[in-house]
Design a binder for this molecule. Structure first.
Ligand SMILES: Nc1ncnc2c1ncn2[C@@H]1O[C@H](COP(=O)(O)OP(=O)(O)OP(=O)(O)O)[C@@H](O)[C@H]1O
Length: 342
């Protein structure tokens, strides 16, 4: 199939805020605003940004766990919103999710073997032997001993539980895995093991990842491309190497400056730039980053910058660093005009 595996077009999610009883319009939380990107087969797109910028909402929209206010999600060119029950069921096989907290996302009453095979049994019935063989195979794939098949989640370490969550996601042989802060709850050494496991699996099985993280060390390790979000919008989307070598948006620059060295004690992105993240209920006019931006000029206060494509394949929304080319107004049409006296 030509074209991207995943195409996200102008995805927007507004949550109602309060009742709006005495006002004409109900105020909304602008969680995700006009987000567009693509992901190719076998590619890893990381989404980064401070807490509350809309990363998890994008993940939930991709998985169709919530409905968008506007915009579309296409898989292999098919709009998932238009799928009827059976087609949606079939499509769900292709996209799986790995969650941040491996403990709360695993049923504590099921054994590792049952947890792994449960998604498959939603699609086909398996004999006891097939179930055991599948579970053992997937446990091996994620670097666990098949002997763990009878263990309960409470009998596993955090890293083992996250491997189990990955094994469960792999069971349906998905084309795409959405991983929302999938390693954030783990020790740094276990994080590295899980990330390397994901990279190996990607090479072996050609899986694409949308990997959501606020940890740039993690992102630098695994991303092919990176989308930087600020207050619900993508402000820069770039090939990973280019982004880390030369961030263009002042917000990206600040994020990278806050986490300069890839080491185990690296700074988290809790407050990478001065000032608070503004409210998504009443975002600033113009560029939403302007109140915190050291480069802001008057235009930033009044006009929202569009995402402008740059020569190295990135797109950036910044009036100062990536000014949109102003298309000169067309000259007046001169043909067939006759002037008196000429
Ligand atoms: N169900 C909901 N109802 C109302 N507001 C919501 C809901 N879910 C998220 N929000 C709001 O939408 C915005 C984006 O939230 P989201 O969880 O997507 O951010 P995030 O970048 O994933 O943050 P974090 O890194 O802390 O998980 C936030 O302002 C959040 O409070």
């Amino acid at each position: 199939m030509n074209g991207p595996l995943l195409k996200v077009e102008n995805l927007t999610k507004h949550y109602p805020f309060g009742s709006g009883l005495f006002k004409k319009a109900i105020p909304v939380i602008r969680a995700v605003e006009d987000v567009s990107f693509t992901v190719d087969a076998g590619e890893t797109l990381c989404i980064v940004g401070e807490s509350g910028c809309g990363k998890s909402t994008v993940a939930r929209l991709l998985m169709r766990l919530i409905e968008p206010t506007a915009g579309r999600v296409l898989i292999d060119g098919t709009d998932i919103a238009g799928l009827k029950k059976d087609a949606l069921h079939a499509w769900r096989r292709r996209m799986q999710m790995v969650f941040q907290d491996p403990y709360s996302s695993l049923n504590p009453r099921l054994t590792a073997g049952q947890i792994i095979t449960e998604p498959v049994e939603n699609y086909e019935s398996l004999s006891r032997k097939q179930r055991q063989a599948l579970a053992a195979d997937l446990l091996r794939k994620v670097g666990m001993s098949p002997e763990m098949i009878h263990r309960l989640p409470s009998e596993l370490s955090g890293g083992q539980r996250q491997r189990l969550g990955i094994a469960r996601a792999l069971a349906l042989q998905p084309s795409l895995i959405i991983a929302d802060e999938a390693v954030s709850a783990l020790d740094v050494s276990v994080q590295a093991q899980i990330l390397n496991l994901l990279l190996d699996l990607q090479q072996q099985m050609g899986i694409a990842f949308v990997f959501i993280s606020h940890d740039l060390g993690v992102v630098e390790h695994i991303a092919h491309r990176v989308a930087v979000m600020y207050l619900g919008r993508i402000v820069e989307l770039a090939p990973s190497q280019a982004l880390f070598a030369k961030p263009v948006h002042p917000y990206t620059e600040a994020l990278i400056a806050a986490a300069p060295v890839p080491d185990p004690t690296r700074v988290r992105l809790e407050a990478p730039v001065e000032g608070e993240v503004p409210s998504p209920i009443n975002p600033p006019s113009g560029c939403a980053f302007h109140p915190r931006c050291p480069l802001a000029v008057e235009r930033c206060r009044v006009e929202a910058p569009p995402l402008v494509p740059m020569a190295d394949g990135r797109v950036v929304a910044c009036h100062v660093r990536a000014p949109a080319t102003v298309i000169p107004p067309k000259p007046p049409v001169a043909a067939n005009v006759s002037f008196i006296g000429t």
